[in-house]
Every structure is written in C-alpha cells, then in structure tokens.
Design a protein around this ligand. Structure first.
Ligand code: TRP
Length: 361
C-alpha cells in the first residue's frame, strides 16, 4: 500500500541518495514498480548522474525498475529534428549501460515501440480538459520559457496525458523525477482517479513523485540549468581534457579577486558541484569555511573538484567506449527490454478497456 495523506492526496517526499527504502518498498515478495525515463535529445551529463542516474543504480536493487527512452515525448518539442531524437536513443542507452544500469535488473525500453502507451494516451485525453493541461505548472512554465503562446504544438500541450499513460501502463507507483516534473505526477493521479471512478473499480494505482533532495545542478557558467543545448554541461562521455577545461572555466565568485579575500560559497558552482560529488563532507566543510574566511584560492578548490570528476567519469567513459564497439549488444538490450515492456503495457491496456467496459470484438 502506498501511504497517503488524508483527503487522498499523493504523498510527496524527498529522499537522499543513501536513504533507506521505506518499509513498504522493501518487500521481496512484490517489489514496487519504478518508472523513470529521459527524452533522448542529447547525451546525458553529470547533472543527470547526480540527480537521477545514481539513484537508479540504487533502485535496481530494491525495486522493479523500468527505464523509458522517451523518444515520442522528445518529439513533442523536437518535431523539426527527428534525426536528433533517433540518434540519441542509442546514445542515452549507452549512457545507462556505461554508468552501470544492469539490463538484467532494469528493463530499458523504447517508448515509440510500445503501442499501448499511444492508445492509453488517446484514451486519457478524454479524462482531462484543455484548461487543466494549460494550468499544469510544468506546461505553463515551458510555454512561457519557449514563447509558444497559442502556437504550442498540441502534442506538447498534451504530453502530461501521455506521461500518465507511461506511468499507469507499467502500474508504476514510484516516480523519481526532478521537482519541475512533480505536477505531472499530480495530473497523472487525477486521470487515474477519473478512470477508476468511471470504471467503478481501482483498475489503476496512483503514483507518487520522489524528488531528489539535491535539486538540479546548475551549468558550469552558473546558469540555472545544466543542458547540452546551453553548452554548459559536462557529458558523461567527456574526455579528460574536456573535464579539465570545463572545471577551469567554471563560474566561482566574481568578487573573489585575490586569494586572501573572503569568498562566497552561495552561487559558486565549484562548491555546488563539490556538494554533489565530494564524499568527504568533513573536509569539504573545512574548505568552505576557509574559503569564506579568505586565504583559499579558486585553483585549489578547482583542482579538488577536477580530481573528483576525473575519477567519477573515467570508468564510465571507458565502459561507454567498450560497449559502443558492440552496437548489436546495445540494440538487443533495447529490443529485449521493449519486448518485456510490451507485454506489461498491453496487459494494462486490456485491463483498462475491460474495466471501462469498452466494446470488444
Ligand atoms: N518527462 C521526462 C523528462 O523530460 C521523461 C519521461 C517520459 C518520464 N515519460 C516518463 C519520466 C515517465 C518519468 C515517468 O525527463
């Protein structure tokens, strides 16, 4: 059972990467289902590692985990460049395998090859209004950020219903996503409740978002979001020269002109990344106060961060290179995962059709 707040609202909580699973998640009999995914629009970067990949490595021990290569969703804002989406399907799958996602314990699957997701999306569009989609904070923010106005692609406006289809088709109850995606889970649960109410039985389970405490990593330039398109990301496939150059170029405290000056920690990207990746928290706290007192140069903290990132990325890069020589293995992995996912999602679709009492030939 998923713990719920009174008045039936989904229970939203944050987990530190090393937090123990909740008791109801720690059942070997029936592992709860986790679904997450990525839009394949570019290779994954260290922001993905800190925010989601490291958790996914942990979840494959305790949960039944599905990873969705969301190529159909990627088209909702990349319809002008289908080749980019096509190319990145394999790149993202490679990133998954390179960080240690184990296809024997996590099912990697391709959205466009799961017809039940498209069929459930169509069905769910009848259980949500345009006004509600436009009010969705995730959609609202993106409409504003991209300047869509009324010229928003209909597929983009409706992707919350499609994401509801993804989540429910797997009967996933735990959805680890960034904070910006939490309203999508809420919207999913509204659709679930309407479908269940119409069916007169709980054919679909509700899901809850799990938001990583760390939040999103900023770009190396200190801009809000690390993104490939922003040119401010460190990809997991970065060469050691790229890592060095990125750390050298990293935004620190523009007011910290001389080593002896007191420096600022807040908004200082080097410290933000150290917070995310440096495991020696005691030493890090010591460095922070030294930096704030003055007398600690940017070069020192950058060297420390560079060593940590080089050590993190080197084995990932090596594995990625090895695996990418065997394209067949990568494609077979996606193919087999998609096959497993197809069975699962088709079964749910049939249950929903049955529960709603739709016509069947
Ligand atoms: N919207 C997610 C993103 O942009 C990707 C995604 C698609 C997803 N379907 C999902 C995440 C289902 C969690 C569950 O990153």
């Amino acid at each position: 059972m998923i713990p719920r707040l009174p008045h039936g609202r989904p229970f939203l909580f944050s987990t530190a990467p090393d937090a123990a699973p909740l008791p109801h998640e720690d059942t070997h009999v029936n592992k709860p289902v986790i679904l997450t995914g990525d839009r394949p629009t570019g290779p994954l970067h260290i922001g993905h590692y800190a925010g989601s990949l490291s958790n996914r490595l942990r979840y494959q021990e305790s949960h039944e985990q599905f990873l969705l290569l969301a190529d159909m969703q990627a088209l909702t804002d990349n319809a002008n460049d289908p080749a980019k989406v096509r190319r990145n399907v394999v790149e993202v799958a490679l990133d998954y395998l390179a960080v240690g996602i184990d296809p024997n314990r996590t099912t990697i699957c391709l959205q466009s090859h799961l017809p039940a997701l498209a069929e459930l999306s169509m069905l769910y569009l009848n259980f949500v209004t345009v006004a509600r989609l436009e009010r969705n904070p995730t959609i609202k923010d993106e409409i504003r950020a991209r300047g869509f106005g009324r010229d928003i692609p209909a597929g983009f406006l409706c992707y919350p219903a499609a994401q509801a289809a993804d989540i429910t088709a797997f009967k996933a109850t735990v959805i680890p996503v960034g904070e910006d995606q939490a309203p999508l889970i809420e919207q999913t649960n509204e659709i679930v409740r309407r479908v269940n109410a119409t069916a007169g039985l709980a054919v679909l389970p509700e899901a809850r978002a799990v938001i990583p405490e760390a939040g999103r990593l900023p770009g190396i330039d200190g801009k809000a979001k690390m993104s490939k398109s922003g040119g401010n990301a460190i990809p997991l496939s970065a060469s050691s020269d790229m890592i060095r150059a990125a750390v050298r170029a990293m935004f620190t405290d523009p007011g910290h002109l001389r080593i002896k000056d007191p420096g600022q920690i807040e908004g200082n990207v080097v410290f933000t990344y150290l917070d995310a990746f440096d495991e020696n928290k005691a030493e890090l706290e010591e460095l922070k106060s030294h930096y704030q007192r003055g007398g600690l140069g940017d070069g020192k903290i950058k060297n420390r961060l560079e060593d940590i990132l080089q050590a993190l990325i080197a084995p990932i890069r090596k594995r990625r290179e090895e695996i990418s020589t065997d394209q067949r293995y990568v494609l077979d992995t996606i193919r087999q995962g998609t096959e497993i996912a197809r069975e699962r999602t088709e079964a749910t679709k049939r249950e929903v059709i049955e529960a709603l009492g739709l016509f069947q030939l």
